[in-house]
Design a protein around this ligand. Sequence first.
Ligand SMILES: Nc1ncnc2c1ncn2[C@@H]1O[C@H](COP(=O)(O)OP(=O)(O)OP(=O)(O)O)[C@@H](O)[C@H]1O
Ligand SMILES: [Mg+2]
Length: 416
Amino acid sequence: MHGPCSHQRAVTEAVENTSEYLKQIINSVADPLFVKDRKHRWILLNQAFCDFMGHPSSKLIGKSDYDFFPKKEADVFWQKDEEVFQTGQENVNEEFFTDGTGSRRVIITKKTIYTGPSGEQCIVGIIRDMTDIKRTTEELRSAYEKLVALQSRLIQSEKMASLGQLAAGIAHEINNPTAYIISNLDMFQEYQSQVQKCFRIVAPYLSTIKELPQDQSKKLGEIMEDLPVLICETAQGAQRIKKIVQDLKVFAHPTEGTLEYGDLHACIDRAIDIMAGELKYKIKLVREYGHLPLVCFREQQMLQVFMNLLSNAAQAIETNGTIKIKTWPHGKEVHIEISDNGQGIAPDVISKIFDPFFTTKSVGQGTGLGLSVVHGIITKHQGTINAVSQVGEGAVFHIKLLRDGPGGSGVKKEQA
Ligand SMILES: Nc1ncnc2c1ncn2[C@@H]1O[C@H](COP(=O)(O)OP(=O)(O)OP(=O)(O)O)[C@@H](O)[C@H]1O
Ligand SMILES: [Mg+2]
């Protein structure tokens, strides 16, 4: 039998048990949970919330956001609480806040209103810490962007590879006829000068040849005068074809040639010698060579690099100008800078200058292969090249090479 007293005790016990039971349930919720009264003060918190705040419950109960967060952040929390109190509608909000260690965190807080038995209003909030999820999302997004960029580079290099094959095919086909045109032109020039000598001797007697009409002998004189000019221009055209073929060949096979340690300055000097015809009249050449060690590179290819860069610089200088070549070592790298004070490169063009067949020069002046060849060679050497320019002030091309060549392994001799 149970008396009224024992019944009361049982109820009290049950209530206490229930409250303890609920407390434990609230504490076992992994997400931070809080209850705020109408004055925005915390009146009930779970363990996750205390951990989140970095303070025990005894320090938090009765306090508000203003006691722990910068005013700007607390203002936002206050305002969101007020919206819930006033509308009675639940509110889900993404918020930023500064945790106990000073780190900035991103949270999503879901707030609902609870009206107690005597009509008092409270807010029940559950917080989800999104900082790690956000960070992971960011990392995923940046990884995705990198993948997209990589994919477009791969597509680009695929395109380059087929363009390279095409270029190699064309170069191969044009190479032979060009070679014999050039060699025949040399002979032609030689024969023509002999014919010219003879013609000068016989010219005064032409008028005495009865079978030769007067205007014909006059025309012959003009032809003999024109001939050297025509041959000279044809030879220049053939040389230009030769250069294009050469560019196409290197464009198609930027790793042809032997990787060997050599004197980079000697290579630059050779390029200058070869380009002398293009440079000498209008250009002052300044060499600021530093103390470079021997560098592992493909000589023929690198010669082409300097020739193409010098040719561009010379073509950018309209009347008189200066081309400066500066070199310096830096750790395991060597740096080469070729600058000119020519017309410069327009900002909307500079990102395209290394593209094959991009040219701002008129037809017959440029094929747009020079810099793409340069880029291909430098990249195959695992170096870098970039250009900076101010329109009207000139352009600077900066090359960085590895002293010990591609891979930096310093292989003494390697057949590519
Ligand atoms: N030093 C420079 N100053 C100003 N513009 C330059 C310079 N070097 C390159 N450029 C610009 O970059 C473009 C591409 O150069 P690139 O050498 O690839 O081709 P190109 O000189 O036009 O033709 P190619 O070299 O095949 O005869 C040029 O047309 C020019 O507009
Ligand atoms: Mg060029």
